[in-house]
Write a protein that binds this ligand. Sequence first.
Ligand SMILES: Nc1nc2c(ncn2[C@@H]2O[C@H](COP(=O)(O)OP(=O)(O)O)[C@@H](O)[C@H]2O)c(=O)[nH]1
Ligand SMILES: [Mg+2]
Length: 688
Amino acid sequence: MAQALSEKVRNVVLVGQDGAGKTSLAEAMLHLSGQTSRLGTTADGKSNLDYDSEEIKRQFTISTTLAPIRHRNVKINILDTSGSDDFIGDTIAAMTAAETALFVVDVVAGPQINTVKLWETAGKLGLARAVFVNHVEREHANFSEALAELSKAFGSRVGAVALPLGVDSDFKGVIDVIQRKAWLGSAGSEKTAELPADQQSAVDSAHDQLVDLVVEADDTLMEKYLEGEALSQSELESLLHTAMLAGLLVPVFVGSALLEQGVNLLMDAIVDYFPQPSERSAYAAASGEDVTIQASSEAAGFIFKTISDPFVGRLSFVKVLGGVLEPGSELANARTGRKDRLTQLLEMTGKDTEAVKKTEAGDIIVLPKLTEAKTGDTLSASGKLALAALPFPTPLYPVAIEAANQKDEDKLGDFLSRYVETDPCVKLGRDEQTHQTILTTLGEGAVSLILARLKERSGIEAKLLEVKVPYRETIRKVAEAQGRHKKQTGGAGQFGDCWVRLEPNPGGGYEFLDEVVGGRIPKGLIPAVDKGIREALIEGFLTDDPFVDVKTAVYDGSYHPVDSNEMAFKQAGRLAFRNACEKADVYLLEPMANLEVTVTDEYAGTIMGDFSTRRGRVAGTSTDESGRTVIKARVPYKEVVTYARDLRSMTRGIGSYSVEIAGYEEVPGDIAKKLIADYQARREEANK
Ligand SMILES: Nc1nc2c(ncn2[C@@H]2O[C@H](COP(=O)(O)OP(=O)(O)O)[C@@H](O)[C@H]2O)c(=O)[nH]1
Ligand SMILES: [Mg+2]
């Protein structure tokens, strides 16, 4: 398929709840435009777009795929995305590459929660929006009810540009409200037909509603319309275009992706009046300037997705921002400073690739084997252009992971560090205190995908463990004690003796003072006492959790001219600290989390009540600009490790939150007792 440079481009991202029919709609477009000879179907795993083994198994889209469709000499880059919260980072990144978000909505279910959330995201990204009401041949389908639901969820700017000709089992085709004609026939044989006489009045009324919505976009045409003059077809199309760009119109289409009905009308509309790449709201550069898509600018693009292909290696999905790219073009990565000479430009349809000779500003292209390129990087001829960071959600769901078989630890580490390179919504870390490897993702689905990929690609298995909380110990009282280390083993002995004082030092960390006078301990051996105390701090006293906020002083001691050395005084320091702890009233501290939860009003009570069961304190509530309740609370971190999952189930996905780990507070008595008992049991077990 040769690609003509003059070809015009539209980038449309399909978004919405899983199961609404996004992938099926993309498959229908591929089939109707002749790019595939057979309709791909997700239900039986025979999809060109949901080709991945895990997508086939789970029967929903995980990773964004591209489907470039040729329709009337325009290249429509369809981006088919996942609707799941667990994979929403990939979806948001794909949205940044498009001008229009097409929301696919199941006619029976209406706009569900994830669709509503993505609607807001599209607004924030400045995308034009449209809706495809799908599944219209299904039982209980009711288009006017669906339309009312859409207005309720998305506001008064939704306007039907298509109507179904019958619904449910009576569904025959769709009506084009603008052209006043019908599309009849299914499964690739859809043809235009005269508007049936009994549909005239329905079309008139839909047409009037639509014109009322769009005339606001143009003062001259508005005047003409108000004076009672009819608008021509091309005037109407130009109004639809400007109104979509201005957010004055959200055109609503209708049909059945499975029967491939209503899809030709949609493709025509994308070509006729959907925004063009250069009209998209500007991108922000890291420097704060606006970046619009222009063929006359230097060659540039940004990477919105990275996959690692088992055969080709790394593939970078690039939205071209400026100029022309062709094999031989040189691009520099603003983050790394690395230059790459492009060897190949690939057009991808699902997993299939085809080399192309050229691409220009506005298009989406896949570049193989870029050096050190990551999602979010900007490439340009000068290497100077850098876009602001893509608006990825913060992963908040941590799990501890280790290889099921200890010998595979290295392999697991390799796999995970490569995995996080391709997914900006997965973070990998190591807790130095608890010695756990922590994987933080957007949710359980993302974790189970990682485990499946690990098995598939590395042939090993991993197990998930509860995240251990890094507790601390500290003291409540001033205490003094002696540490005396004496050993006589054959020849030279060991002798160290010191007195230390401990004092609580809230917020001051660890301090060590030398108050020894009269050379009762030689100066050269004082640092050994400090070292010994530091060892004891790490060891812990009640449990194996380290100390914080203790001020110590060595103020007396004695030594032996032959047997005293660094080793002996380190031991003495350690012993003195531990002996003082017996009298210092040591207690346990736990890390605290400050949470800010945003929910719709109906859930506010549930969330606040839930905090009291988590030992949390609500610090205040407020209302955000969209009228939602924002609850601030301070809660022990232990109680909110799985909050990402819990909030989702408490609010059916509506709630969102941010969290900051800040400070330590005392562990309440009964919980501390249990932690100490658990530690002792573990120690006894280990000593057996
Ligand atoms: N009856 C009917 N089923 C559909 C239609 N579109 C999609 N489906 C089915 O709905 C399920 C989910 O479709 P899919 O395209 O994977 O949804 P996605 O998660 O939004 O990509 C699959 O079993 C499809 O075969 C439609 O218009 N009518
Ligand atoms: Mg899908």
